[in-house]
Each structure stands twice: as structure tokens, then as C-alpha cells.
Write a protein that binds this ligand. Structure first.
Ligand code: FAD
Length: 460
């Protein structure tokens, strides 16, 4: 009855109960979460979102918001709640090259925003391997990171403000392009990393940046993570360093073995690899910067070999080796995955201690620690021993995770760097977070969503 009330209040194109249409949106990318819902609503404008929220609140229905369905912690997968897809909120409302602001609706994909910025001779610097599918609403709700955080920060650093429909049906309009606006709490920031628990983001005003003249990319072979820390410092020149990603040999081998069209740019293998971007004025400056920086790194024995991209195609090929890491791991049997941050200078100690701890729990398991090294963000994934039974291996998930989190805590790190908490780490957060933080999180949630209508199983 409540569902009929909802469907009769919306245009027929804005909802479906057809399980064949809904099915793809109930499975996430890695096949780790499977959901169910009686109804998917697909509003095309803010007023339809308000209608949905009001009816759900009055009828006691719960809502799970979903954008591109690329989230990695189960936050977008309903378990009986109404699935609210933002994909049809897909207009770019304005681009202003003077204020450097772009207003996009929540369901616009990140790639579409990047392209619109480019057309205005500007750059929107958020960059993720999922950018063709993930949406701006999802990016804000997870405070996504990606590969350009070294220079530009995470999503919350790239936003002027948001428009959101609150659980009480009110519209919060924070769509501004003002760089200075000290008029109380920064309410828009509440929605960044909120994972859909405080309302539906319907649009965001995003910060644009000058388009760099040239992006210079290089890949290097390294002996160990200690040299990677030193190399990171060595590669910083003014504000030009934009990306510093690191992957181990096992990661490179997985990509070369399992992903079509990938080629090893080096003649010999190396224990570790770093992928580096600098933003500079023109290609000649980029070549000079990369050559002189990497030559002196070589002289100091920080790197063993280097490839400097000579064209956009070569640069794309190098990036593909890193971006295909997640896809390649699907072919590596079971994998227990963590997305953590460690203070950069402690990463080598973390690897040494965590790798030992993993061998104690699961002898012959294969740590695959890779990722956004320049931000201290490691995707510390543990692959099953060769030939092991996958289910038996995965039954160690909690034990492995707790051991990793203990070491993360010891080094002053974070149990979630960029993927968020979702349902995956909700209980861990409650157990491990500072009690003052948890009570403030709960107070904000109950002030804005007292009936726990919005994404009720997620975050807290
Ligand atoms: C191959 C691959 C690579 C990735 N690389 C990175 C990376 O480098 N860095 C990184 O940070 N993440 C990465 N991710 C994770 C993911 O892409 C990001 O978390 C992304 O921001 C999610 O966007 P989405 O639109 O797909 O959100 P969804 O998955 O649909 O939702 C994510 C969360 O946001 C909520 N939500 C979505 N839209 C709204 C809205 N409009 N209002 C309120 N709540 C909303 C959902 O309820 C859910 O809790 C990667 C994922 C894949 C598959």
C-alpha cells in the first residue's frame, strides 16, 4: 500500500518494480554484496526527490541512495529498503569560468564533469579508475580520493557546496561559488563522507582549476618501500607533483598476466614500481623535469630503472598498468581487502610488520599492498595462498582485518582511507573510533534523520 502511494505520486518513468531491470543495481562491482528491493525510484528532478522522501517518511519506508554503484563497502546496496537511483538527475546546470565553478546534478558521472570542465578550458581534478560510472553524488557521499590527492586533496576540497533533500523533506541549498562565506557551520561538508545517511545530495557546486599545459608521466622500478618514501620527497618540485602511486611486483605480474593489451615497459622486473605525474607548462619542461629528477634519483640509488612517457598514448599505457590492478586481482582467487592510511614515513615499517603478521595467520598468503602512496593510502589486500580453498581462506577475513587494524592503530593511521565505512566497517568503526567522535556522529545523525530513514544500516 505504501509502495503504491509512492508509485502513484511519481511519473511512470520514474520508478520500476521490474526485478529484471533492477537486478544489475543489486550487485556491486566485485560481487561481494547482493541486495534486494521491492522498488527502484529514479527521480529526474528535485521536486520528485522531495515527494519520495516525504512519502517514505510518512509511510515508514527506508531509503538507500545509489549513484553509479561503484562503491566498495556495500553502502549502496539495499536489503529490502527502497532503492533511490540518482542516475537520471544528470544535468550540468552551469559552468562559470570566471568564478571557476561548475554545478552538476548528483547523477552526472565524474567523467562527464571532467569533460565539461575541459570544454571550458578548466580542470576538475578528481580522478578515479571508476570515473566513467561513478557519479558526483556518490563521490561527495564517499568523499572519494583517487590519484590526484597529492596536489588537489580529496573530494571535499573540491566542492563549494551542495544542494540536498533532507529527511524532513526540506531542501538545503548550499550551491554557492563564493570562496569566502563565514556564516556559521559549514553545512555542505556534513554531506561529504555521510554515505547517504543524512539525505539525498541532488546537486553540487564544484571547484574548477586552471588546466595544466602538460602532464608529464613516468614510471620507475624500485627496490623497496623505504626508497619509495625517499623518492616521493625527491619528486616534489613546487606544486607540480600530482600523482605518486606505488605497486609491488606481484601487482604488475597480475596485470600483465590477466588484462589484455598490457605491456611491461621495463626490460627487467623490479620488487616495486612507482607511477609519477607532474603538471607543468609544456612538454619540453616536463621532459627536462622528469629526466633531471630521475637521473639524480638514479645516482642516489633510489631507483633502478625509469620510463618517461613521450606521448599521451605512452602515458595512458603506463596509467593502465596501475588502474587495472583492482580488475586483475579478481583472477587471483580470494582476496581480503583493506583500504587504510598510514603516515607516509611509517609505511615501510607498516609493510614489514603487517606482512609478518599475515604470514602468522595464513602461511604463504600473498600481500598485495598498492595504491595512493603519496597520500599514505594503501590498498593492503591479502591474496590467498596458491592452490588454497577460497572459502576457507575468506573465513579468516575478520581475523586478518583485526590484525591489520591493530597495526594501523599503532602507527596512528585510519581504518578507512577513501572507500568509506558502509556496512563493511560499521561495527569496526563503532569499536575502534574515539568515543567522542562516535557520540558526535550519532548526535548529528539523530538531529537530521531521527527516524533513521536514510541508509539505515550504513556508517553508524
Ligand atoms: C575500479 C574502481 C576503482 C575505484 N577507485 C577509487 C579511488 O581511487 N578512490 C576512491 O575514493 N574510490 C574509488 N572507488 C570507489 C568508488 O568508485 C567511489 O567510492 C565513488 O565515489 C562511488 O561513487 P558512486 O556514484 O558509484 O556511488 P555509489 O556506489 O552508488 O554509492 C556510494 C555511497 O554513496 C551514497 N550515495 C550515492 N549517491 C548519493 C547521493 N546523491 N546522495 C546521498 N548519498 C549518495 C550511497 O548510498 C553509498 O553509501 C573505485 C571503485 C572501482 C569499482
Amino acid at each position: 500500500m505504501s509502495i503504491e502511494r509512492l508509485t502513484s505520486a511519481l511519473p511512470a518513468t520514474s520508478w520500476t518494480t521490474d526485478q529484471d531491470i533492477i537486478a544489475p543495481w543489486l550487485v556491486e562491482w566485485r560481487d561481494e554484496y547482493f541486495g534486494r528491493t521491492p522498488l527502484m525510484v529514479m527521480p529526474t528532478n528535485v521536486s520528485e526527490v522531495v515527494t519520495i522522501i516525504n512519502i517514505c517518511r510518512e509511510a515508514g519506508l527506508k531509503i538507500v541512495p545509489q549513484g553509479g554503484n561503484t562503491g566498495l563497502v556495500g553502502g549502496q546496496t539495499p536489503q529490502g529498503e527502497i532503492l533511490l537511483s540518482t542516475r537520471r538527475l544528470n544535468n550540468i546546470r552551469s559552468v562559470n569560468a570566471t568564478t571557476n565553478a561548475l554545478i552538476a546534478e548528483a547523477g552526472v558521472t565524474l567523467q562527464t564533469v571532467q569533460d565539461a570542465a575541459e570544454q571550458a578550458n578548466r580542470k576538475f581534478p578528481l580522478s578515479l579508475a571508476s570515473e566513467g560510472s561513478c557519479t558526483i553524488g556518490g563521490n561527495l557521499s564517499t568523499n572519494a580520493g583517487g590519484v590526484h590527492v597529492v596536489k588537489y586533496g580529496t573530494t571535499k576540497d573540491l566542492v563549494f557546496g551542495v544542494e540536498a533533500v533532507l529527511p524532513n523533506g526540506e531542501i538545503y541549498n548550499g550551491l554557492t561559488d563564493l570562496r569566502k562565506d563565514n556564516t556559521g557551520y559549514d553545512l555542505s561538508r556534513l554531506f561529504m563522507g555521510a554515505e547517504g545517511t543524512l539525505g539525498i545530495i541532488t546537486a553540487a557546486s564544484l571547484k574548477l582549476f586552471p588546466k595544466p599545459g602538460h602532464l608529464q608521466r613516468a614510471m620507475v622500478g624500485l627496490k623497496n618501500p623505504t626508497d619509495a618514501v625517499k623518492l616521493l620527497e625527491h619528486c616534489r618540485h613546487g606544486n607540480s607533483l600530482t600523482m605518486f602511486e606505488v605497486m609491488p611486483l606481484i601487482g604488475m605480474e597480475l596485470v600483465l598476466t590477466h588484462i589484455d593489451g598490457q605491456r611491461d615497459p621495463f626490460a627487467n622486473t623490479h620488487p616495486w614500481y612507482a607511477l609519477i605525474d607532474w603538471e607543468v607548462g609544456d612538454p619540453a619542461t616536463g621532459q627536462h623535469l622528469a629526466e633531471t629528477t630521475l637521473a639524480s634519483a638514479f645516482d642516489q640509488d633510489l631507483i633502478q630503472d625509469a620510463v618517461i612517457a613521450q606521448s599521451e598514448t605512452q602515458a595512458a599505457d603506463l596509467l593502465a598498468l596501475r588502474e587495472n590492478m583492482s580488475a586483475a586481482q579478481k583472477f587471483n582467487g580470494g582476496s581480503i581487502k583493506q583500504d587504510i592510511t598510514i603516515p607516509i614515513d611509517r609505511i615501510p615499517e607498516f609493510f614489514a610488520e603487517a606482512d609478518l603478521a599475515m604470514q602468522r595467520i595464513i602461511p604463504y598468503c600473498r600481500p598485495v599492498g598498492f595504491g595512493h602512496f603519496g597520500d599514505g593510502n594503501i590498498h593492503y589486500n591479502i591474496a590467498q595462498p596458491v592452490g588454497a580453498d577460497k572459502q576457507d581462506f575468506l573465513s579468516h577475513w575478520n581475523e586478518v582485518s583485526e590484525a591489520v587494524f591493530d597495526i594501523v592503530g599503532k602507527y596512528g593511521g585510519s581504518i578507512s582511507a577513501e572507500h568509506g565505512i558502509g556496512v563493511m566497517k560499521r561495527d569496526t568503526l563503532a569499536r575502534r573510533a574515539d568515543p567522542g567522535k562516535m557520540s558526535l556522529l550519532r548526535a548529528v545523525k539523530s538531529a537530521i534523520d531521527p527516524t533513521k530513514m536514510m541508509n539505515p544500516r550504513v556508517l553508524i
